[in-house]
Design a protein around this ligand. Structure first.
Ligand code: NI
Length: 184
């Protein structure tokens, strides 16, 4: 059943949903199209450039991406080709207030399905490639903090404890989401 728009919230670090592995969608249905449009709305209203289904508590392989050049809604996305290297300071809507330098492929080819179950192939580079890799990580239960160095992990330890305590009380520290230019 559909969830009222107002009830939709981005899961914050500490929520077990963020560490779950998303299941592949076996048959694309209206519920998936609804989730994808809700995800897009939430991404835009949070000034994000990507969002994955586990971030709204849906453990299915779906992502939305828009870096300003158009909206991608991709079901069962997988990376079939990686080339080159890039690194960016990444933020995550589910880990507000934290910025981590993440090394990723510079170019990727992503295959998956669109919301009408048609196969799609996307060749992405630079920022777009970075966002696809970040969102596909979410489907594996992987977060930017997993890329932090040992020292980096120590530095954000207190912040993560704070977030965990807040997520248990369902408070979204919105004031902190702007700490990193890239919110994915
Ligand atoms: Ni994220």
């Amino acid at each position: 059943m559909s969830t009222p728009e107002t009830a939709l919230k981005i899961k914050i670090f500490g929520s077990p949903a963020l560490r779950e592995k998303a299941k592949p969608v076996a048959r694309v249905a209206d519920e998936h199209r609804l989730s994808l449009s809700q995800m897009a709305q939430l991404m835009y209203s949070s000034s994000g450039i990507g969002l994955a289904a586990p971030q709204i508590g849906v453990a299915e392989a779906m992502i939305v991406v828009d870096i300003g050049s158009g909206l991608y809604k991709v079901i069962n996305p997988r990376i079939v080709k990686r080339r080159g290297r890039q690194s960016n300071q990444e933020g995550c809507l589910s880990v507000p207030g934290v910025c981590i330098k993440v090394r990723r492929a510079k170019r990727v080819t992503v295959k998956g399905l669109d919301e009408n179950a048609k196969p799609v192939t996307i060749d992405a580079e630079d920022l777009l490639a970075c966002v696809f890799q970040h969102e596909i990580d979410h489907l594996k239960g992987k977060l930017i903090i997993d890329y932090a160095s040992l020292l980096g992990k120590l530095k954000i330890k207190r912040k993560l404890q704070e977030l965990k305590a807040k997520s248990e009380h369902e408070e979204l520290p919105q004031s902190e989401t702007k700490s990193c230019p890239l919110q994915l």
